[in-house]
Design a protein around this ligand. Structure first.
Ligand SMILES: NC(=O)c1ccc[n+]([C@@H]2O[C@H](COP(=O)([O-])OP(=O)(O)OC[C@H]3O[C@@H](n4cnc5c(N)ncnc54)[C@H](OP(=O)(O)O)[C@@H]3O)[C@@H](O)[C@H]2O)c1
Length: 292
């Protein structure tokens, strides 16, 4: 599991431990719930992702929960390999991890990517929505001819685009012959708005100290809002296969229930998904013998 030290993932990890599962968490810094076996993982460093995956080589995985995420506010922030950080951590690190580890996921097991409904313009959430899912332009925004000039807008759009990439990657992975043959469950999970987590930790003061806590208090009256306990439980249930959903890849936590949904129109563009899949492999320098 990634992202088990804070927020939604922290709740999910604690529940999975309580339910008797062994949880291995890939973390940048220690701080996961008691019982989680922590191993070093920086999703913003492709070598760290490879080392983490190599350390799991002997292990059969029942569920791979790819939950870590960052929301950036400035496209100048880069990963170890000089890739835009939001795209690098939220999409590329997880893409590489999924491709390296999918052969070890047990038959009938699960891969769950935590995405966000903010990737879908039809949800009218009020954040800048993705213009495209071109890996090269997202990894190196200076090459994108239409990149936003304002850092805040650009950062938020990079976030929603990375979440679009999560959905497209999950959909593409679900079509892999080996994934189908072995009955793996693949989901892109939208937890809704979950105020109060660490997601806005690098955001402007007003967002961190005023808006985010206020949204937390307003949860009962906010459309699409969920508590961290409900979101964490839903993630744990999806991993376990007890969420009560079928084969639809995209699902969303609505009114306390995980429901299957159609993702955004862009996310359903399988040709664009295929292109993202291939371009991501090139940027992550994924060799054919690595992705067994
Ligand atoms: N909160 C919401 O409203 C909301 C809505 C939709 C989707 N989501 C998604 O839900 C997921 C969890 O977010 P959250 O709200 O629970 O936020 P959070 O409390 O900030 O948790 C994020 C987790 O990601 C980890 N992480 C960040 N950068 C990492 C890196 N480079 N390598 C490895 N781990 C890293 C963090 O670890 P450290 O603490 O060690 O940095 C932390 O455990 C994210 O994918 C987010 O996009 C959240």
């Amino acid at each position: 599991m990634t992202g088990c030290s804070s927020g939604i993932g922290r709740v999910a990890a604690r529940l999975l431990i309580e339910r008797g599962h062994r949880v291995i968490g890939g973390v940048c810094e220690e701080g996961s719930p008691a019982g989680v076996e922590e191993r070093s993982l920086d999703l913003g460093d492709l070598e760290s992702v490879r080392d983490f995956a190599a350390g799991l080589r002997e292990i059969k995985i029942d569920a791979l929960l790819l939950n870590a995420g960052v929301q950036g506010y400035d496209l100048r922030a880069r990963t170890r390999q000089e890739i835009e950080r939001t795209f690098g951590v939220n999409h590329l690190g997880h893409y590489l991890l999924a491709r390296l580890l999918v052969p070890q996921v047990a038959n009938g097991g699960a891969l769950v990517f935590t995405t966000s409904a903010t990737h879908d313009p039809a949800e009218k959430i009020g954040v800048p929505t993705p213009r495209h899912a071109r890996a090269e332009w997202l990894a190196y925004p200076e090459r994108d001819p239409e990149v936003d000039r304002g850092p805040m807008k650009a950062g938020l759009r990079a976030y929603t685009a990375s979440k679009l990439c999560n959905v497209m990657t999950a959909r593409r992975l679900a079509r892999e012959p080996d994934v189908i043959a072995r009955g793996l469950r693949v989901h892109a999970f939208d937890p809704g708005l979950v105020a109060g987590t660490g997601l806005v930790r690098t955001g402007p003061f007003v967002l961190r100290r005023v808006v985010w806590p206020m949204l937390s208090v307003m949860k009962p009256v906010l459309r699409g809002s969920n508590g961290v306990a409900e979101a964490g439980r839903a993630l744990a249930d999806l991993g376990e296969g007890s969420a009560g959903v079928g084969d639809e890849v995209y699902c969303s936590l609505r009114g306390g229930q995980v429901v299957e949904m159609a993702p955004s129109v862009m996310a359903q563009d399988d040709a664009a998904g295929e292109r993202l899949w291939r371009e991501s492999a090139v940027i992550a320098q994924l060799e054919s013998d690595e992705a067994r």
